[in-house]
Design a protein around this ligand. Structure first.
Ligand code: MOS
Length: 750
């Protein structure tokens, strides 16, 4: 039985392809972003980014900058208001253990690119020009930024990061089983540091209201996080800080945590008593969040037939000097494959950089690249088809979590349907065996996996006498289609047309919801919206029964349905009454309710919840030039119920494209002497462009899940996971050359 939202049992909107309702506003420029809101007498802050990675500021001379007409003030650690950081220990919603970065706190330099001054001026251009006149004298020390040279500095995180599962205890004896295994694969895999680079760079606009409160527009994936941060850091009551962010020009995780431009804008606004905007430049997008590189070793021991006997996955990843950033990197190997002897380890090393951050499927992109490339190596070593090898070691249980079964796992359908669509059966398994003209052709595949999560979330529903419904909460639509799916759910639950529903997001005056991340938003906000609408439906039902000659007299709520703006006896549309007539008869202007969603403790005590995918990639490689064209991708996804096949497909397309970026292009290169990312612009940091992207086909396989009332498992991240391994495996199939270090650039192929 497929879950429906409508009490008629037939959803009108959920499950059907719908264009984004925020699409027209975005493509016509009507949608305003955090750096576009204005206020009378708005001031502009320009950040001066430091140029050494470690040491201290000996002196800072702001006189020339301050002499520029139009400059109001230059804030530094020496003159900043002392009121800030009242509650420095506040941890934002996704902060790792440690002490969050404090801009302009003191003379200490923690990383290259650290903000060392904020020039505040009447115009952005004045501030930018004056920023070039700020003279900083540094006492520089040699930074530690080379992960390959950290040696004994690697450590086990002393405190686990909230929400991040640490590696499980080992089971069996992986090392002994590896030693005696008939077939062995032991290799090192690395991937480069990546920066998120959403289209919209980070910006915050802090507007000082006449009553002394603040209205803040912040680039953030959930305004509740910025509000909590500002209230705690500046010692303000939450009522005094309204944070909004109706639209986001992409986040990918870079907007999960409040960033330093938010702090600086509020600092300046409070100091000067005027509204201030701080917008970062594209270059400055390299001065905070990034996906950390990692050095991983996978050891696979197997029988001659490929049955796993031993599995080790050891990872070393960097963090900053001030926080123990952690993600789930190695657990995926134990989640994907059944094996009796498993050891999974994850160590950190502190570097003189900013703290790494979640970037789309954090940790899974990293770890699954390694295990899925290693599995391809094992398939080759045992002379087996890569899908057959995966089926041989398939698991219905999560051995990393006390062997709990998966609530649902339609991965086998992904293999079948993906292989069928791709034409996998026509693959000649021999490397270098397929070619077209001067190009070698390679076909590779890999598995993807991501956790399916749910968060404590509230949402409201307000039905007004004009027949319109408003739903909403504080979460953000990060470009994923949240406005649209919540509108679909609300419309179906109360039997209204989508046009009658207004969904509001990204405003701290709405009911509280967490940041949009982790692929949990559809399940969490969707459930909360559905519950709020159901509650309103019950209220209207009670009013309808009280009407004179009510067509619903003596009918239980379980037997009513909502359709076409009416409440009716299910299956008998002749016994119905319009919602607006019910409200008019009762003399009520509006009916409202707040719905709550939370993780299902019973379900979670019995089952583990993950989404899965099978990715198939075709590459064509110029044999002499080593140039890779990624000509075809098929991604088959098992993610529970699909609310909107159109926005869902877009999520997978975007994930696959980012996976192609990770596989072939994206790399922030560190100058290990200066401790600075060298290619801090989109000219030198390559992301896939249209010419790099060819045919991508997305398949959603049927999967029923009960982790939440919607049956939804989340889609924002699964599309990227495993994609790089599928590409790397295709490159091996084409060339016979195994590249274990992402990105796979020409120099690694020829
Ligand atoms: Mo996602 S990396 O949780 O925005």
């Amino acid at each position: 039985m497929t879950q429906t939202f409508s009490s008629t049992g037939h959803d009108t909107f959920v499950g059907t392809p719908r264009s984004r309702i925020d699409g027209p506003a975005k493509v016509t420029g009507l949608a305003k972003y955090a750096g576009e809101f204005s206020a009378p007498d708005l001031l502009h802050g320009y950040v001066v980014s430091g140029i050494v990675a470690k040491g201290r500021i000996r002196s800072i001379d702001t006189s020339a900058a301050e002499a520029v007409p139009g400059v109001v003030k230059v804030l530094t650690h020496e003159n900043r208001p002392r009121t800030a950081w009242l509650n420095y220990n506040y941890q934002d919603q996704v902060a790792p253990p440690g002490a969050p970065f404090r801009a302009l706190y003191d003379d200490k330099i923690h990383y290259s690119g650290q903000p060392v001054a904020l020039v505040v001026a009447e115009s952005f251009d004045t501030a930018r020009h004056a920023a070039t006149l700020v003279r900083v004298d540094y006492e520089a020390e040699a930074p530690t930024v080379d992960l390959t040279k950290v040696g004994d500095l690697a450590y086990d995180p002393p405190m686990k990061r909230n929400g991040i599962k640490p590696p499980p205890k080992p089971w069996g004896d992986a090392d002994a089983a590896f030693d005696t295994a008939a077939v062995k694969v032991r290799e090192q895999y690395t991937l480069a540091t990546e920066h998120h680079n959403p289209m919209e760079p980070h910006a915050s606009t802090v507007i000082v209201e006449e009553d002394g409160t603040y209205t803040v527009y912040d680039k953030i994936q959930g305004v509740s996080n910025s509000q909590g941060y500002l209230a705690n850091v500046f010692g303000l009551s939450k009522d005094a800080v309204r944070v909004m962010n109706p639209y986001l020009g992409g986040g990918f995780g870079s907007g999960l945590r409040p960033q330093y431009q938010l702090f600086l804008a509020m600092l300046a606004a409070r100091d000067l008593g005027r509204s201030v905007r701080v917008a970062l430049t594209r270059d400055q997008m390299w001065t905070f969040s990034f996906r950390p590189e990692a050095i991983q070793t996978i050891s696979l021991g197997a029988d001659k037939d490929g049955t796993l006997q031993a599995l080790r996955h050891d990872a070393l990843a960097p963090t900053s000097q001030f926080e123990d950033y952690q993600e789930v990197v190695v657990n995926w190997s134990g989640i994907l494959y059944k094996c009796d002897n498993v050891a999974l380890t994850y160590k950190l090393a502190k570097l003189d950089t900013f703290t790494p951050a979640d970037m789309r499927a954090p940790g899974a992109v990293t770890g699954v690249f390694a295990i899925e490339t290693a599995m391809d190596e094992l398939a080759h070593a045992t002379g087996q088809d890569p899908i057959q090898l995966r089926l041989k070691n398939y698991t219905e249980r999560d051995q990393t979590q006390e062997d709990k079964p998966f609530g649902s796992k339609a991965l086998k359908s992904c293999f079948e349907q993906g292989a069928e669509r791709f034409g996998w059966s026509k693959r000649n398994p021999e490397p270098r065996s397929m070619r077209e003209g001067r190009e070698l052709v390679g076909w590779g595949m890999a598995t993807g996996v991501w956790e399916s999560m749910m968060m404590q979330t509230s949402a409201h529903a307000i039905l007004t006498a004009d027949g319109r419904l408003e739903v909403g909460n504080t979460t953000g639509d990060i470009g994923t289609g949240t406005y649209t799916i919540l509108t679909q759910i609300a419309a179906d639950t109360l039997g209204l047309p989508m046009e009658a529903v207004t969904t509001k997001l990204g405003d701290t005056r709405l009911p509280e919801a967490p940041i949009a991340g982790g692929s949990w938003t559809a399940a969490s906000s969707g459930t909360a919206v559905m519950k709020a609408c159901r509650d309103v439906g019950e209220q209207i039902f009670r009013l309808a029964r009280q009407m004179d000659n009510s067509p619903l007299a003596n009918v239980d709520f379980e037997r009513v349905a909502f359709a076409d703006g009416h409440i009716e006896v299910a299956g008998d549309a002749s016994r119905r009454v319009a919602l607006v007539d019910v409200m008019r008869a009762a003399g009520v202007e509006k009916l409202e309710a707040v719905g709550q969603a939370a993780p299902d403790k019973d379900f979670n005590s019995q089952y583990e919840a993950y989404t899965h995918s099978a990715i198939f990639a075709e590459v064509k490689i110029d044999e002499e030039l080593g140039q890779v064209r990624l000509t075809r991708v098929v991604s088959a996804i098992a993610a529970g119920k699909i609310l909107n096949p159109k926005t869902a497909r877009s999520q997978i397309l975007g994930g696959v494209v980012m996976g192609i970026g990770a596989a072939l292009e994206e790399e922030s290169m560190m100058d290990t002497t200066l401790g600075r990312f060298m290619n801090h612009n989109l000219g030198e940091y390559h992301v896939p462009v249209n010419a790099d992207i060819h045919d991508i086909e997305v398949i959603f396989v049927d999967e029923e899940d009960r982790a939440n009332p919607l049956g939804v498992k989340g889609l924002g991240e699964i599309g990227i996971v495993g994609t790089a391994a599928a590409v790397a495996n295709a490159v091996f199939h084409a060339t016979g050359k195994r590249v274990r270090h992402l990105p796979i650039t020409v120099d690694k192929i020829i």
